[in-house]
Design a protein around this ligand. Structure first.
Ligand SMILES: Cc1ncc(C[n+]2csc(CCOP(=O)(O)OP(=O)(O)O)c2C)c(N)n1
Ligand SMILES: [Mg+2]
Length: 326
C-alpha cells in the first residue's frame, strides 16, 4: 500500500473518496437485490473489488474532460455526475435512464452532457471512441483529456493495440486504465498471455506504462494524476494497469466457481473499501460517528434513487422509432 500518499490529501478529500466508493458498493448491492426481487430486468455486472479503480481515476478529471467507462466502472459514472436514480432507471427500462428506456443494460449508460460515452459492447471498441474524443481536443486546441477503461480480456483484442498505438503516434491527451482483474469472464490471465504485468506492453507503443495496486485508491489517484498532467501538458497518452480481482462473478448469473478459493480469499482480504476505511481509522481521519453518518448519507441517496427510478414512466410505444439513426 502506498505509504505516504495519505499526507497529500485533506481529511475532507479522503472522506470524499471513501464516500464515492461506499456509494458505488451501495448502488451495486441494491441493484443485485432489485434484480433478485424481479424489479430489474437488466443484467448486473459486479463492481466489488473495482471501486478504488473507478473512483480513484475518474475523480482526477475536470469538467469538460471525457470518459469512456466500461462495465466495472459504476464508480466513474457516479463521480462524473450520473445520479443513482438514473442508473437504476436505466436497468429498469424507464424513461429516466440515459437511454430513455431503450436499453436495460449498462451499454446504453452514456450521457454526452456529462461527457460520458455509453460503452461499446464489443470489447474493446470504446478505446477507439475515447481516442476520437482525445484527438478532437487536440485538433481543436482544447485543454481537455479523455480517459478510458478496459480489462485484461479486452487487452487481448486487436482494437486495443490499434487504439494504444494510434494514441501514441498522435500524442493524444488520453489515459488508458487497464483493469487487470485476472479473469475475462471465466478465462484466467495465464490462458491469455505469458506475462504477468500487461503494462510492459506500453514500451512497444513508446508510451509510459505502470502497474499499480488496484485495491489502493490513493495509488490509483496518484498514478492517474501524473498521467492526466502528462496528457494536459501535451506529452501524450499513458497506460495505467491496476491489478485486482473481481470479488464476485462476471455478472449476477455467474457464481465464479472457477476461481480458486485461495485466490478469492487472498483478494477478499484486500477489499478496497475495507482497506481504505481501516487506513483512515488508523490515521485518525475516520471515527465511528463519521462512518455512520456516511452510511446514512449513502443509504438515503440510494433510497431516493430507487424511488425516483420507480416513479419514472415507461417509454411510450409511439416513441419507439425516436433516436434510431439507421
Ligand atoms: C468482442 C467481444 N467478445 C466477447 C464479449 C462478451 N464479454 C463481455 S465482458 C467479457 C469479459 C471481459 O473481460 P475483461 O476485459 O477482462 O473485463 P472484466 O469483465 O474482467 O472486467 C466478455 C467475454 C464482448 N462483449 N465483446
Ligand atoms: Mg478481466
Amino acid at each position: 500500500m502506498s505509504p505516504d500518499l495519505i499526507n497529500e490529501h485533506s481529511n475532507e478529500k479522503l472522506l470524499d473518496l471513501l464516500y464515492w466508493m461506499m456509494l458505488t458498493r451501495g448502488v451495486d448491492d441494491r441493484s443485485e437485490a432489485l434484480f433478485k426481487q424481479g424489479r430489474f430486468p437488466g443484467s448486473i455486472f459486479s463492481q466489488d473489488g473495482h471501486e478504488a479503480i473507478s473512483v480513484g481515476s475518474s475523480i482526477v478529471l475536470e469538467e469538460g474532460d471525457a470518459i469512456a467507462p466500461m462495465h466495472r466502472d459504476l464508480g466513474s459514472y457516479l463521480v462524473r455526475g450520473m445520479s443513482p436514480g438514473r442508473i437504476f432507471a436505466q436497468a429498469m427500462g424507464r424513461t429516466g435512464g440515459p437511454s430513455r428506456g431503450r436499453d436495460v443494460n449498462t451499454h446504453g449508460l452514456g450521457d454526452l452532457s456529462l461527457r460520458i460515452f455509453g460503452y461499446v459492447s464489443h470489447l474493446p471498441q470504446s478505446m477507439g471512441v475515447a481516442l476520437g474524443a482525445a484527438y478532437s481536443f487536440l485538433y481543436r486546441g482544447e485543454d481537455r483529456v479523455a480517459m478510458t477503461y478496459f480489462g485484461d480480456g479486452a487487452a487481448s483484442e486487436g482494437g486495443c493495440h490499434e487504439a494504444l498505438n494510434l494514441a501514441a503516434v498522435l500524442d493524444a491527451p488520453i489515459i488508458f486504465i487497464l483493469e487487470n482483474n485476472r479473469y475475462a469472464f471465466s478465462t484466467p490471465l495465464e490462458k491469455q498471455c505469458r506475462i504477468e504485468n500487461l503494462a510492459i506492453r506500453a514500451q512497444g507503443y513508446g508510451i509510459p506504462g505502470v502497474t499499480i495496486d488496484g485495491t489502493d485508491i490513493l495509488a490509483v489517484l496518484d498514478a492517474t494524476r501524473e498521467a492526466v498532467e502528462r496528457a494536459r501538458s501535451g506529452a501524450g497518452p499513458s497506460l495505467i494497469e491496476c491489478k485486482n480481482l473481481r470479488l464476485k462473478g462476471h455478472a449476477i448469473h455467474d457464481p465464479a466457481d472457477y476461481v480458486p478459493a485461495e485466490l478469492m480469499e487472498y483478494w477478499k482480504a484486500r477489499d478496497p473499501i475495507e482497506l481504505f476505511r481501516e487506513r483512515l481509522e488508523k490515521n485518525g481521519v475516520l471515527d465511528e460517528t463519521t462512518l455512520s453518518s456516511l452510511r446514512s448519507r449513502v443509504e438515503n441517496e440510494i433510497e431516493e434513487g430507487v424511488r425516483w427510478a420507480e416513479n419514472s414512466p415507461w417509454p411510450e410505444p409511439g416513441t419507439l422509432e425516436e433516436d434510431v439513426f439507421a
